[in-house]
Design a protein around this ligand. Structure first.
Ligand code: ATP
Length: 199
């Protein structure tokens, strides 16, 4: 899967509809301070279902809607649409392109779409589960995160490396299996007690 384009309309500083296309390979976004570079990554996090306004540098969710400048009036809604290349079928959808869209209106109403069909946040979260994408995957690394990783203790760093490597999933399954083994041992003991009583 790779990101083909981001369309933003009314999201943060994008008062005019922007359509940013990405080719496979490396893309660099350059611009002066405050010109909206980080707003692009915020848009990606947001459309993937981010529910915390703070994670996208706001106080309340409404802060993602363009709130006007000296020369422009505020907008009533924010919209972001991602287009992903799914030729590899990494996402469990039978289409070469998958688009994800999120809209938020000032009255608090919010809408999600997968391939232009209205859906729920849950469906979007599930779509990205185990795909290595999604808002909790380490696709977007902010400046602060690099610093905190460098400053972290060895055991804290290990947790993150295990998460990225996908080891966490197996650790969780191992814990569940060990618990089931213990329960089975207890059951066996109980059965042996009953057999002893009967013989
Ligand atoms: P830096 O290099 O300093 O990190 P940047 O290019 O990443 O800057 P961003 O932080 O993405 O810039 O953009 C910040 C700009 O977005 C600010 O000018 C801010 O006023 C504007 N902005 C953020 N939210 C909104 C909003 N809801 N409406 C209008 N403008 C907004």
């Amino acid at each position: 899967v790779y990101l083909k384009s981001i369309e933003a309309d009314g999201f943060k500083s994008f008062a005019n509809k922007v359509d940013i296309k990405f080719d496979s390979g490396l893309t660099a976004v350059v611009g002066p301070n405050g010109s909206g570079k980080s707003n692009i990554t915020d848009a990606i996090r947001w459309v993937l279902g981010e529910q915390s306004a703070r994670s996208i540098r706001g106080v309340k969710m409404e802060d993602v809607i363009f709130n006007g400048t000296d020369s422009r009036t505020p907008m009533n809604a924010a919209k972001v649409k991602l287009q992903l290349d799914n030729q590899s079928r990494t996402l469990p959808v039978e289409s070469d392109d998958v688009n994800i869209m999120r809209k938020l209106y000032r009255n608090g109403d919010s809408e999600y779409f997968i391939n232009d069909e209205r859906t729920r946040l849950k469906e979007i979260t599930e779509l990205f589960l185990d795909s290595g994408l999604g808002k909790n995957a380490y696709n977007i690394i902010s400046q602060g995160e690099v610093e905190s990783l460098l400053k972290a203790r060895a055991d804290e760093r290990r947790v993150l490396i295990e998460e990225v490597a996908g080891v966490m999933k197996y650790k969780k399954r191992k814990k569940e299996s060990v618990k089931r083994l213990e329960e089975t041992k207890d059951n066996l003991n109980r059965i042996n007690d009953i057999i002893q009583e009967l013989t």
